[in-house]
Design a protein around this ligand. Structure first.
Ligand SMILES: [Mg+2]
Length: 215
């Protein structure tokens, strides 16, 4: 990634799941809720629900030539996004799998000399807060933009524009960081905003290189 002028970056917007932590267990719990909702909505077995969801996801992927999010797939199946998030709050138990991450804390904290930090996630506010608290990094973020901010999952141009306006500043003053290009970064990139793709939390060290600072 080439950033025209790293000195101008003032606001770093992080995706949450898969970006600030990686947990196959939490990801699996979320996927399982999708299967259950698909099954319950159509009045079929869990197995059939899973197959329906998989089919819907494949059709969306073929239509838009990119892997859709679980949120978008469920919406496409006529499932209310609020029902999905209610089930997530009841059934996802990150406290079983996540713990304080002092390395992550130090890494993020060192960015705050120059920048404000934000979260932009398709997750909901109660669960996002819980996850950040479990990781021990909750206090580092100026604001959390969760699904409640517009009820439209990423990628969504309208919501993205509202976030940029809410934070304020020229486009060169933002940096978007996420683990899925199409979902977290592509729209921002099309706006001329710097982006950074990470595949594990260790990759977050790249931000310091981008900004030209020592972690
Ligand atoms: Mg993610």
């Amino acid at each position: 990634m080439v950033v025209a002028d790293p000195q101008q970056i003032r606001s770093i917007i992080f995706d949450l799941d898969g970006t600030l932590y990686v947990s196959p267990e939490v990801a699996h719990q979320i996927e399982a809720i999708g299967d259950e909702l698909a099954a319950a909505t159509r009045g079929v077995s869990l197995e059939e629900g899973r197959a329906l969801l998989r089919g819907a996801r494949r059709r969306l992927a073929e239509t838009y030539e990119e892997e859709p999010t679980l949120s978008r797939t469920l919406m496409e199946m006529g499932i209310e996004i609020s029902d999905f998030h209610r089930a997530m709050q009841e059934k996802v138990t990150p406290e079983r799998f996540l713990q304080h991450d002092p390395v992550l804390f130090a890494l993020l904290d060192s960015l705050r000399d120059n920048c404000e930090l934000y979260i932009y996630t398709n997750n909901n506010l109660p669960l996002a807060r819980k996850i950040l608290a479990l990781l021990g990094v909750e206090e580092l973020f100026s604001r959390l933009y969760t699904i409640e901010f517009g009820w439209q999952p990423k990628p969504d141009q309208n919501v993205l524009e509202r976030i940029l306006e809410d934070i304020g500043g020229p486009r060169e003053s933002f940096l978007f960081v996420g683990d899925r290009h199409n979902i977290d970064l592509r729209l921002a990139d099309s706006f001329g905003i710097p982006t950074l793709l990470v595949s594990e939390t260790a990759d977050l060290l790249q931000i310091h290189k981008v900004l030209g600072i020592l972690p």
